[in-house]
Write a protein of this length. Structure first.
Length: 317
């Protein structure tokens, strides 16, 4: 995949690379021998230039597939890949005109709100944006998404960046920013994963939802977060992360990472639980070697709100 490649390629080499990512995803869906998709730097939108906000990149039932961003335009081998240098963007901002700002809720010394604005993050010019940037269905953790920036997805329900139904995956080296869900799971929403969802070395900035999980929500499954950063995400419950409705033994494992400036507060400024993390009854929550700072909840758990077993090891609050 190379946005700068000539049109009409067959996707079999850098010289004949596809220019539209969905072509590569469709090939992988129909051919199990495809085990990797390499994507060069550039900006890719799911509408393929049509302006259709309902269009999304789709990965359906993939296993044993690595989708890797961060290659230079024109191509390279794996040794030449560097996502921090060769930024590969999957965007829902179809007109490239979005702006985002944060309206922090201010409190007096008695924890009463000093301002009554209900907008914690203000997203502008988003009516024409993609609802969801990337949709995943029926996958397993052997599906790896690695080395991308996702931004500008605003779904009326959930999963502005990634919506994964009956699916698991490994998300690695991603930056996900300025996405929202109208109900919950502002940036990333996984439901009914057969195996734990793994997020490793991912960064989430300024994502929001009024309900559960401003950045990440996992429902009826387990979640593992390794060396991730969450900054200025907002929700009613779990400003950064939430997991709810476990089916059988379920856990949230947090290993390393930094959680700063996340907020749990609803539109009325009355409720809000788990400024950074919220887990419902039935989850085991284990936190090790993590840093939580400047997170806020209007009601309970400025950093963490958990209803079942919780353990903290070598972590800073």
């Amino acid at each position: 995949m190379d946005a700068a490649a000539p049109a009409g390629g067959d996707g079999l080499s850098w010289a004949t690379a596809y220019t539209e990512l969905q072509q590569a995803f469709a090939d992988a869906e129909n051919d199990e021998s495809i085990t990797a998709i390499w994507v060069a730097e550039g900006t890719y939108s799911p509408d393929a230039g049509t302006g259709d906000p309902t269009a999304e990149f789709l990965l359906l039932g993939q296993e044993n597939l690595d989708v890797l961003g961060g290659f230079p335009s024109g191509g390279a081998d794996l040794d030449g890949r560097n996502p921090s240098v060769y930024e590969t963007v999957l965007t829902g901002d179809l007109n490239s005109d979005d702006t985002t700002s944060v309206n922090r809720l201010l409190f007096d010394t008695n924890s009463n709100p000093l301002n009554t604005t209900s907008a914690r993050i203000a997203y502008r010019n988003i009516d024409d944006n993609s609802r969801t940037v990337l949709g995943i269905s029926g996958s397993l953790p052997s599906l790896v998404i690695d080395g991308f920036t996702l931004r500008g997805g605003h779904d009326p329900d959930r999963g502005g960046a990634i919506m994964a139904a009956n699916a698991s995956a490994t998300l690695r080296n991603l930056r996900i920013e300025s996405c929202s869900g109208g109900l919950e799971g502002g940036a990333v929403f996984f439901t009914d994963p057969a195996e734990p969802v793994l997020l490793e070395n991912c960064t989430f900035v300024r994502n929001s939802a009024p309900g559960l999980g401003g950045a990440v929500l996992v429902a009826r499954g387990s979640l593992r977060l390794v060396d991730c950063e969450f900054n200025e995400n907002f929700a009613g419950f779990g400003g950064a992360v939430s997991s709810v409705n476990p089916q059988g033994p379920s856990s949230v494992e947090i290993e390393g990472g930094v959680y700063t400036g996340n907020t749990a507060v609803d539109a009325t400024n009355v409720n809000g639980e788990g400024g950074a993390v919220y887990t419902s009854d039935g989850y085991t929550l284990n936190i090790r070697d993590a840093v939580f700072a400047d997170n806020r909840a209007e009601w309970f758990g400025g950093g963490v709100r958990a209803f079942s077993f919780i353990s903290f090891v070598d972590s800073v609050f």
